[in-house]
Design a protein around this ligand. Sequence first.
Ligand SMILES: *Cc1c(COP(=O)(O)O)cnc(C)c1O
Ligand SMILES: [Zn+2]
Length: 418
Amino acid sequence: MMSHVARLTCVCCHAVYPTDGPWTCPACGPDDGVLDVELDLEAVRKTMNRDALAGRVRSHWRYRELLPVDTPHPLPADVGWTPLIDAPRLAKELGVRRVRLKDDGRNPSGSFKDRPSSVAVNHAIERGATTVACASTGNAASSLAGCAAAAGLRCAIFVSQLVPDAKLAQLLAYGACVFKIRGTYADAYDLCTQSCERFGWYNRNAGANPYLVEGKKTGGLEVAEQCAEDPPDWVACSVGDGCSIAAVHKGLAQMREIGLIDWQARVLGVQAAAVSPVLRAFATGKLDRSGKSGTYADSIDVPIPRNWRKAIHAVRASGGDFVAVADEQIMHAVRTTGRLTGVFAEPAAGAAIAGVVEARARGLLGASSDVVIMITGNGLKDVGGAMRAVGEPHEIEPRFEEVVRAVEAGRLDSSSNL
Ligand SMILES: *Cc1c(COP(=O)(O)O)cnc(C)c1O
Ligand SMILES: [Zn+2]
């Protein structure tokens, strides 16, 4: 089967490029000229319907007509089709009618980024590449390394020194060649770009590669399918570069366009207050490139986002909004969600939950709201970060009276270990 990719359009000047054309718009340059992949949805509609979907694999390859690959080698096989978990006690705590958690921490490498990475690896194989590369402080890199290992490709990763240990351990365990740069993320990005040009490696960087959104949109496709009969009012997602939220919206919108759902949900973009250039661009229409990094939620610590235009278009098209949350709110959300749902969220995923609290406080959401929250990464990704949020164990002498005293003092019922 040939992919249904029809053309690519510049998000800045709207110029149109063929599928074998450039990955960024030459007229707008690499910073502004991000391209959007457009599909022939008429053709997709012919074979993708509810009956067809019912019999398909339980992974994101079930949406093969909507993915930019001709003949998928589903590697790894089990990316996507993550559970949507009803969380009534969390809903009560957040003051809304209903909360469902889309638990993407259950993907093979533990994050939402497995979706674009598995598509990227397939796209690379089709283009004859034998090495894939990316510059990332975390999940994009560890997912790419895992997918490359599953497919038998070589993988080169450029990270800054801020990478949490668990993510670094994953990269090394998957056998990637890891360049830890004594410099900034921008340095890592430039070195990766130069290496891809020189050595012909496949570049998995969300700013340069328009096909990653197509993998990420499967998160939105799944939310649409899983909520088909029971739609949410809002879908909340944390925002760093902006690519993920744009993709979630794109997935929801495409399911509506091909007639698999008949509803729309508003999209809530959540940034960390200390690093919120996309939120500010939503208000002003312009990107301020002077910000610094510095939030506890490392996966959304992106001071110079590349997909900010896609993100603000998506939020606007859905009638949604942006909110910013402080690091303390994120820590609180990680702790509360763990206790009330059994889902352990990494800080960037906790941000999306904190964003719902913030949106409720601001009156964007009300007591009757029904919200899906994208849990984009597993808490085990950043154990150090988690430990700052979750408190301390009760350290006692090995004497039974100490256990009794703690139990009688209500330790098991107190709402916090802090
Ligand atoms: C990458 C990532 C995000 C944000 O996605 P962007 O495309 O950078 O906006 C959110 N949460 C986690 C866990 C991530 O890895
Ligand atoms: Zn352009």
